[in-house]
Design a protein around this ligand. Structure first.
Ligand SMILES: Nc1ncnc2c1ncn2[C@@H]1O[C@H](COP(=O)(O)OP(=O)(O)OP(=O)(O)O)[C@@H](O)[C@H]1O
Ligand SMILES: [Mg+2]
Length: 610
């Protein structure tokens, strides 16, 4: 990701071809756009020819000839040009909008499928930028860039062809200015785009700095950092000023330079052509046409140079977007599973992959696991789980509890060994099946914008209002929800930000149980509620645990006492296991952890020791 914003020395056409594929469904618009580009270029080239003919007529006949055909010619060309401009703006805009929509949709669909590990490696801000600014940028290039490219190159070809047809010697003279024009345009366009980007970048940094200092104003004041903040802001503001001035200067130098070159071309045409006119070898009209062409040659050259520079600059955007859209999810149904999937199985009371809907046993057999560019978390990890039991995972921070739960839910797959559901490797079963029988409450649950009711229903979309409330009752969240301002219709805000973290946990618990899952995984699901509420939830959950495999992860050990089995995890290994009583009697690690917490709690409550 170190090449997030750089531009390339040359244009890699293969990436652009892949981006252009997004325009394929809009082929008709694209073809019309290309044809309009060519037609516009031809019209542009015809104007000086009419003028030439007019002047030649005046030279030949004085004022004694019919002007009407010329007026008609001008009028027709003007109308045609207007129509073409209308068509191409329409088409380019449509293509840009559609392509941007399609890329975004493809990206979004892919984001839904990608595995957890993909998101481990990419910050949210990065992904957002891909889907917003990169997308728009590419869509603009596909829409507008292709028109400019077609118009620019057709104009160049048309003007050159007409000049050679009229007088090839004079054409060669005029074309002398083209190589320097090309070189200067390429150089400057690139620089201008680079400094424009610098302006955009510093501008967004200034905005971010504003944002941060407003958001963090309390912290700033608390630490007495006002002065430093101001200095940092001034620095960035100065940078913005510098970049803007540079950008303006470059444009200020470039345009006159190009116009001068155009005039030099015209002057050369005048010098060389003037002599020929005097010799009678060239008509005055032709000379004027040449001078017009020479002066306007720089328009298409500039357009083509701009598009090339843009392609070069947006290369990184293209690669990033393709990198997202074309990524194949690491965890997905294998070829084998996909072949077996059939609706027919469901009618026979089986899962869609042809295996039983329910399971009896789950086994972690010699599981090893390592996060991408992380160190090994599990090695040769073995664990058997039975349907219906409640298993607690406890242990120090970073011991690997969340990782084990993640592998069980197939958010991550083992790097060695297997996870077996009734002796079938879960990679031989469909992901959708496992998803349909599993509910997970993550360590930091996320709620979506909407009401509490909608968020609970997210667990099972067809659930009725009664079922929503039943689920909330089950996890002892009902009263807490009713005490919110609008009860179940309270808006939770973006990401659940308007609820306290304890309330968020309650809602996500209800969301998890409403699905009536076979496997319920709770990762620190009640860590943010107060001890009293936790005990109430605990009693509720005990009935929620009934009949399903429940895996609970908790630091507060009072909440796991009633589990059928407690596993003490340390550095990715099970160091002790048994019921609360057995482990307490053992007097080992669990006993130590548990007693420590009891003491803590008493100290917190200012209770005298026994
Ligand atoms: N997404 C990740 N990418 C890389 N390494 C990770 C990732 N998640 C966890 N780890 C590492 O894996 C190890 C186990 O982490 P895990 O989250 O399983 O611990 P935990 O037992 O759940 O801890 P806690 O009680 O604090 O939640 C840690 O050393 C951690 O640094
Ligand atoms: Mg954890």
């Amino acid at each position: 990701m170190n090449r997030m914003d750089d531009s390339r020395a040359s244009v890699d056409w293969s990436a652009w071809k892949r981006i252009l594929r997004f325009a394929r469904p809009h082929r008709r618009d694209l073809i019309v756009l290309v044809l309009t580009g060519i037609a516009t270029a031809v019209c542009d080239t015809l104007f000086p020819l009419i003028t030439r003919s007019l002047i030649d007529h005046i030279e030949q006949f004085g004022a004694q000839f019919d002007l009407r055909p010329f007026v008609a010619g001008y009028a027709a060309l003007t109308l045609a040009l207007a129509a073409e401009v209308w068509v191409f703006i329409h088409c380019a805009e449509r293509i840009a909008k559609h392509v941007s929509h399609d890329i975004r949709q493809a990206g979004f669909a892919r984001l839904q499928e990608l595995s957890f590990s993909y998101f481990d490696r990419r910050p949210v801000g990065w992904l957002m930028a891909r889907m917003t600014s990169d997308c728009d940028r590419l869509a603009d290039i596909v829409g507008w860039g292709s028109f400019d490219m077609v118009w620019g190159s057709s104009s160049l070809v048309a003007i050159t062809a007409v000049m050679f047809m009229l007088n090839w010697r004079l054409a060669c003279v005029v074309l002398l200015v083209v190589p320097p024009l090309m070189i200067i345009s390429r150089r400057f366009q690139r620089r201008i785009l680079l400094s424009a980007r610098e302006v955009r970048k510093t501008n967004s940094m200034v905005t971010a700095a504003y944002n941060e200092s407003v958001m963090g104003v309390r912290t700033t004041k608390a630490f007495g950092r006002e002065e430093e903040n101001l200095n940092r802001f001034m620095e960035q503001s100065d940078r913005l000023y510098g970049a803007s001035v540079r950008n303006a200067l470059q444009s200020a130098v470039y345009l006159p330079l190009v116009m001068t070159l155009g005039s030099i071309g015209a002057a050369m045409a005048l010098m060389y052509g003037g002599v020929q006119v005097m010799d009678g070898a060239l008509s005055l009209g032709t000379l004027l046409a040449f001078m017009t062409y020479a002066r306007h040659f720089f328009d298409p050259v500039q357009e083509v140079a701009t598009v090339l520079a843009e392609l070069q600059m947006a290369q990184a955007s293209a690669e990033r977007v393709l990198g997202l859209v074309e990524t194949i999810p690491e965890i997905r149904d294998s070829e084998d599973v996909r072949e077996r999937l059939s609706k027919g199985w469901i009618e026979q009371g089986m899962a869609e992959d042809g295996y039983p809907l329910c399971f009896e046993r789950i086994e972690f057999r010699g599981v090893g696991f390592k996060y991408e560019d992380g160190q090994r978390v599990l090695s040769d990890f073995n664990l058997g789980l039975r349907a219906g039991e409640t298993v607690a995972l406890v242990g120090a921070t970073g011991a690997g509890k969340t990782t084990i739960a993640g592998i069980l839910s197939r958010f991550y797959e083992p790097t060695d060994g297997q996870v077996l559901f009734d002796d079938v490797d879960y990679r031989s079963r469909s992901l959708a099946w496992l998803e349909s029988i599993t509910s997970v409450v993550l360590q930091a649950p996320h709620l979506f914008r909407g009401t509490v009711r909608e968020n609970i229903r997210y667990g099972r979309l067809e659930a009725s209002d009664e079922e929503v409330e039943k689920a909330a009752l089950l996890v002892a969240a009902h009263d807490a929800i009713l005490s919110l301002e609008h009860g179940y219709d309270t808006d939770v805000g973006e990401g659940g930000g308007r609820l306290s973290s304890g309330q968020r946990q309650l809602v996500s618990l209800a969301r998890a149980v409403i699905r009536d899952p076979q496997i319920l995984v709770l990762d620190e699901a009640t860590s943010s509620v107060d001890a009293e509420t936790e005990q109430r939830i605990q009693r509720g959950l005990e009935s929620a645990f009934r009949g399903r495999l429940s895996v609970i992860i908790a630091h507060r050990l009072t909440t796991v006492r009633s589990a059928d089995r407690i596993l003490v995890i340390d550095a990715g290994r099970i160091v002790e296991q048994g019921t609360h009583q057995e482990l307490m009697a053992l007097g080992g690690r669990y006993h130590q952890l548990y007693s420590g917490q009891r003491v803590d709690e008493r100290v917190r409550r200012w209770e005298p020791r026994e």
